[in-house]
Design a protein around this ligand. Structure first.
Ligand code: EPU
Length: 454
């Protein structure tokens, strides 16, 4: 069970605008639990629709994205009940395949519902997608996959429509890029399709591996092999299962960066260190240290002065694009010039400008400052950052507005190390992905409050 502060619902409805007030400048010390992974929970909610009996998810985080997904499921007839940190999803009464736009916001999940629901209905309509504006984020791989499995798709003013005649058929598909979402769509399509499917160049993020485990527990026959190839033998029916949600590796790395940036000492519980992969190598390379306390808790601290580095974001097992923002804050405190080459999204450095206002010295360029093959090499996107450190940060009542979810947490880290008081606006964006963030951080020694502006 999680703390009494936690309920699986959207953050409280705003009366005016919520902001965070942070008084920073001290090392952050203490213990914090990584909640269940956002980027698995919402997918597990979709997977549960493929079963003929209820599924129970545990360690579900109290975040906005779960509330949005839940609202979509309930709107099409699915029964979702919460108890403590568990959600039970009963798809028996699933009655409609016209997914509405949720009142509580929008996220990337509708496109996953398009493929999953097509097993149950001849025609499925889902709304346009929300989520963070960190690039164009097309969905062509998803739509092409549905067509390859025998569906017919069209784009409408309201969103996307998929139709089928007869059962979907297994196919061989090679993704143009190892997209997380498109791999999930292919898994949802293939597990109940007729015959064998092969998904080549698939994503292999820990959340995908857990999705495969969950689908196997529901009766799916899925084989993984060396390389990025997944083979699925379609079955006529799946059933419900129990599935614990893995700890959020993005959150865990962010708390590590908070320890490194503030010269603090933070123990993160609820995280499998294996899922932090190369983050641990980069963290050590820049002067961070860690100690494994048991198989799901890791203590993070600094071993000495921070050193600069060159990082390129990549698909797993590379350095995650979702680790980039908190790591950049830590690099503002390193002794020298660091470089980050973002190769996953073309527009994920929007948050750096606000950091410069606090005293950071960062600059963006359209050039690829790295050696990885990059889809943005000949385009005009500012996708490489140069960070010159160390720069102490100062806040004199500065207000910073969160441009996207991960940048939001980076701003919290920046405000935590900045001397003085900062105000962070746009917190509903952050709370789509981070639950109980204020009480959890305040239980360490960070002076953070959620305040309301009339
Ligand atoms: N792409 C296409 N066409 C497609 C699908 C993807 O060109 O049809 C491109 C994207 O534009 C991007 C790249 O492929 O350049 C990778 O996108 P991917 O499909 O892997 O991303 P996603 O599934 O939409 C998930 C996470 C992201 C995370 C990425 C990469 C969720 C809900 N979102 O997005 O998380 O950054 O994988 O690991 O799982 C976040 O949590 O803040 C977040 C953005």
């Amino acid at each position: 069970m999680i703390s009494s502060l936690t309920t699986i619902s959207a953050p409280p409805a705003p009366q005016g605008e919520a902001r965070y007030r942070i008084r920073g400048g001290e090392p952050v010390v203490g213990q914090i639990r990584a909640l269940g992974a956002k980027n698995f929970t919402t997918k597990a909610l979709v997977a549960a629709l493929l079963g003929t009996s209820p599924t129970c998810l545990t360690n579900v985080p109290p975040i906005g994205d779960v509330a949005i997904t839940r609202e979509m499921l309930v709107a099409i007839g699915v029964r979702v009940t919460a108890e403590g940190d568990a959600l039970t999803i009963d798809p028996a009464a699933l009655a409609s395949a016209q997914v509405p736009i949720p009142d509580s916001g929008s996220n990337r999940i509708p496109i996953l519902l398009l493929g999953a629901l097509l097993h149950r209905f001849d025609e499925v309509a889902v709304p346009v997608l929300g989520g963070c504006r960190i690039g164009e984020r097309p969905v062509d791989f998803h739509l092409n996959a549905i067509e390859q499995f025998g569906g017919i798709v069209s784009t409408t003013a309201e969103g996307y429509l998929a139709r089928r005649r007869g059962r979907l058929r297994g196919t061989q598909i090679k993704l143009p890029y190892p997209s997380v979402g498109a791999t999930e769509t292919c898994l949802f399509l293939s597990v109940l399709a007729e015959g064998r499917s092969v998904i080549a160049n698939a994503a292999i993020e820990p959340e995908i591996i857990d999705l495969i485990t969950m689908l196997r527990a529901m009766g799916a026959v899925i084989f993984t092999s060396a390389g990025r190839e997944i083979r699925v033998e379609g079955v006529p029916q799946l059933w419900g299962t129990r599935m614990p949600i893995l700890g959020d590796r993005i959150e865990a790395a962010s708390w590590a960066c908070l320890a490194g940036a503030s010269d603090g000492d933070i123990t993160v519980t609820g995280i499998n260190p294996n899922n932090l992969g190369n983050f641990l190598a980069y963290f050590q390379q820049v002067g961070g240290g860690f100690e494994l306390l048991d198989n799901d808790s890791v203590r993070f601290f600094r071993r000495g002065p921070l050193q600069p580095t060159v990082v390129e974001t990549d698909v797993y097992p590379g350095f995650s694009t979702d680790w980039q923002q908190p790591f950049a804050i830590m690099l503002t405190q390193a002794n020298g010039i660091s470089i980050i080459h973002e190769t996953v999204y073309e527009n994920r450095f929007g948050y750096l400008k606000a950091l410069n206002a606090l005293g950071a010295n960062t600059q963006l360029t359209t050039h690829c400052l790295g050696g990885l093959p990059c889809r943005y090499r000949d385009a005009n996107h500012e996708h490489s950052a140069i960070i010159v450190g160390p720069t102490p940060l100062y806040a004199e009542g500065h207000e910073i507005t969160i441009p996207d979810l991960r940048a939001g947490l980076a701003y919290i880290i920046a405000a935590a190390i900045a001397h003085g008081t900062s105000f962070i606006r746009g917190v509903p964006m952050l709370e789509r992905g981070y639950g109980d963030v204020v009480p959890r951080l305040a239980r360490m020694n960070l002076k953070i409050e959620r305040i309301w502006e009339a």
